[in-house]
Write a protein of this length. Sequence first.
Length: 336
Amino acid sequence: MRHATPTQLLDILLKSISELPPAQILRAEAALATARRRAEAVVEIDEVGQARACPHCGSDDRVSWGSTRAGARRWRCQVCSRTWTGRTNTPLAHIHRLGLFIEALRNMLNPGDNPLSCRKLGARLGVSRDTVWRWRMIVFNQLLKVEPNALSGIIETDETFQRESRKGSREWVRHAQDPTLFPQPPRKRWHEYGRKGPPQSIVRQWLRPLLGVVDRTGLASFQHIRDNKQPTIEAALMPQVAPDAMVLFDGAPQYEAIARTRGFSYTVLVSGRRWKSTPKAYHLNTVNSLHAEWKGEFRKKWRGPASKYLDGYARWMVARRHGDPLTIFRALLADV
């Protein structure tokens, strides 16, 4: 049947599947899952390409110009004679296995899926760990562009700290190779301080703050900030506080100064404790549980991320609560 229609081919396929032995049915299911992933990505790309003008000159005068190897529809501009698809000039422009990219997104953002390391996820998808790492950095860059939600009601905020890490850095190796060209790094590696560890003055100097903000509806943000001084905290906190919110924080003076300057309602819970007259709903348990999730589960899984990628990992942890892989995929396609 050389010129069979798609309907006829489907009928032949369904009839053949019904006659397959169990072992081959499993192979057919795997092949169908691969085709479904590929089709899902192509549909999203085609929807964007259909609505987009020429990314090179901005003209809407175009004609259909075949398709790519991945199956996405290609367009040709009648003005500048250049072609494009829905992912041209986007962060996904050079990714060829977009179906696997969506699977990597699902592993990163689905709350019910255990996020895997780059090595294990690459083995599952059949790609190299370096490829998975590049995909993860693309997602991190997109998460850093997402503005935090405006929280309302009772809001808890507090910062936690993580020791600065230069994991993966070659600074000490380069300094040992050529001290004249590469200066000595500003501190030793942590394991070189001995069994007792570094002095507390050095530890405090190299702590990196992470600001957690949550409300009672489950919305949260968790981000790396430059320091824990008042201007830095204010710049990160205020876009997330609704005008009628009640903000709870510990006795750190920076927060009280921000509240008085900005004029929103607040309650100070020194060391998280309540007075007898304090309502039972006023506590810092929610933001403390966010910090505990970071320290006890997420950070431990990655053996402590390098400070260079700390903000990406912190936002990734929160994005897993309500993140939608297809929403991130569409946002990447819209990032022209």
